[in-house]
Design a binder for this molecule. Structure first.
Ligand SMILES: *[C@@H]1O[C@H](CO)[C@@H](O)[C@H](O)[C@H]1NC(C)=O
Ligand SMILES: *[C@@H]1O[C@H](CO)[C@@H](O)[C@H](O)[C@H]1NC(C)=O
Ligand SMILES: *[C@@H]1O[C@H](CO)[C@@H](O)[C@H](O)[C@H]1NC(C)=O
Ligand SMILES: *[C@@H]1O[C@H](CO)[C@@H](O)[C@H](O)[C@H]1NC(C)=O
Ligand SMILES: *[C@@H]1O[C@H](CO)[C@@H](O)[C@H](O)[C@H]1NC(C)=O
Ligand SMILES: *[C@@H]1O[C@H](CO)[C@@H](O)[C@H](O)[C@H]1NC(C)=O
Length: 421
């Protein structure tokens, strides 16, 4: 099975990033490899999604906490809406990432920016940057996870950016795994913490994490967690870095001579890691203060035969979404999703609520939403690459503005509807 590599060369990074400086490079620096050793599972038959409308109920307009639970925000359809979307322009976002700024890097078909997610039974609340900043006053919102989560964090920063005057915001990164965007007037921090496997691993370096061997300490998370445990809102993800048949699991510490290594079936090691994560949260999170979210798997579009096109293709040149209701690609692993659900259910029994934001199905349709070749290439492309754009097309991450903005609209709906104060 051919592994697809998206290798973006990191450069050195440190120091406070002034907003006058280009943030473009910052993200690029932090982005290194996403080596996807893919395992493909048999696709189950598609879900049936009801198509009829039942009189849209507006949620988020009131403080009624039952509204979100009364409507499944994740079952719906994409509606073309070039009046309200995109929610921001890529050029206007001071902190856009060159990895995701597809229009800037030559993409001409821009319809991927014009889609609104329409749940079947209600409307998503309108994203109000000022209202969210108010909600985040004196607080920390931290995204913890891999480059997909980082993309969502960039989207969130772009969604808030316009509402903050230039001298009242800054981006800080000191070369560690934590990047902080701060809205000074609100004393609000919107942060990203790099931990692609959530637990400790040999891929934890925010810049240099492109390693052939992947090793996890499935029972150790404190090295990371100490940086985010006191946050007010936590948004986790972890999925793509697990997509290989087996993981090397380490008992003991890195580089110590008495470490015990064992190859463990991926699903089992995922379960071990999620348990470590859940146990940490149960013991350390202040449940009267912290809202917890888990972003479900972000689907990839690396195999055109999955949506009925000739073998060998991928998302490159795709300009339209998949129309088949309930479509699911083979790169999406429902067993892993169920594992997350089971972990979250178990945590709930222990008195801690984590809301899963189920972005998988709605993103499955969006084969046209990936950067493909339209992003900054960190190394000059070789003749072979130029001759084979398929080979270096990124069908994993998402263009901005685009799909992750909708993930944040969903997150927004939950942040307001499950407010505990
Ligand atoms: C996610 O949402 C889709 C669409 O509503 C649904 O078919 C699927 O069962 C959901 N998955 C989970 C784990 O909730
Ligand atoms: C939206 O799209 C329609 C149909 O493609 C077009 O006629 C209209 O001018 C567009 N509106 C905007 C604001 O771009
Ligand atoms: C956005 O939220 C702010 C603060 O809650 C409020 O004053 C404003 O009216 C809202 N804007 C819209 C368009 O709803
Ligand atoms: C970077 O910032 C983090 C969080 O504020 C801090 O824990 C860490 O020590 C800092 N690292 C350096 C090299 O300054
Ligand atoms: C382990 O060793 C490698 C190289 O020998 C080094 O780069 C790395 O920083 C070490 N890791 C720890 C956690 O000490
Ligand atoms: C938990 O958070 C609440 C609300 O912010 C605070 O009043 C309380 O002191 C915190 N509890 C602990 C043990 O820190």
């Amino acid at each position: 099975m051919a592994a697809k590599k998206h290798i973006l060369l990191p450069e050195a990074v440190s120091g406070t990033i002034d907003i006058r400086c280009s943030f473009h490079s910052l993200i690029g620096l932090l982005v290194a490899a996403l080596v996807v050793g893919a395992i493909y599972l048999t696709a189950e038959s598609g879900y049936l999604v009801r198509e009829e409308d039942e009189g849209h109920k507006l949620i988020g307009a009131t403080n009624d906490t039952t509204t979100t639970s009364g409507c499944d925000l994740f079952a719906g359809k994409w509606v073309y809406d070039n009046e309200s979307y995109p929610l921001y322009k890529d050029k206007e976002c001071s902190f856009m990432s060159d990895q995701l700024a597809c229009a800037k890097f030559g993409r001409k078909d821009l319809d991927y920016q014009h889609w609104r997610w329409q749940p079947h039974q209600c409307d998503l609340p309108r994203f109000n940057a000022t209202a969210l900043l108010e909600r985040l006053r004196n607080k920390r919102l931290v995204f913890v996870g891999d480059s997909l989560n980082r993309g969502q964090w960039v989207s969130m920063v772009c969604l808030l950016d316009k509402a903050i005057p230039p001298h009242l915001k800054y981006m800080h990164n000191n070369g560690s795994s934590l990047i902080t965007f701060k809205a000074k007037e609100y004393n609000a921090k919107i942060e990203f913490y790099w931990a692609p496997l959530l637990v400790e691993s040999n891929s934890d370096d925010p810049v240099l994490h492109r390693l052939p061997e992947r090793i996890v300490r499935a029972q150790a998370i404190e090295k990371h967690a100490r940086h985010w445990t006191d946050a007010d809102i936590l948004v986790f993800n972890t999925y793509l870095w697990w997509r290989r048949p087996q993981m090397d699991v380490l008992w003991g510490t890195f580089n110590s001579s008495d470490g015990i290594y064992k190859k463990v079936d991926m699903l089992r090691s995922y379960e071990l890691a999620l348990k470590t994560w859940a146990d940490w949260l149960e013991i350390h999170v202040n449940r009267s203060k912290t809202q917890l979210f888990f972003m479900s798997m972000s689907p990839t579009h690396e195999r055109a035969e999955e949506w009925g096109q000739p073998e060998g293709g991928n998302c490159y040149t795709e300009t339209e979404m998949i129309k088949e209701v309930g479509y699911r690609g083979k790169g999406t692993d429902p067993k892993m999703m169920r594992m997350v659900e089971a972990t979250i259910d178990d945590l709930e029994r222990r008195g801690l609520n984590v809301q899963m934001i189920n972005i998988t199905q709605l993103s499955e349709y969006r084969k046209e939403g990936h950067p493909s070749i339209y992003r900054k290439q960190w190394e000059p492309l070789t003749q072979e690459q130029l001759a084979d754009p398929l080979g270096y097309a990124d069908c994993v991450h998402w263009c901005l503005p685009g799909v992750p903005d909708v993930w944040n609209e969903l997150l927004y709906a939950y942040i307001f509807n499950h407010t505990q104060n």
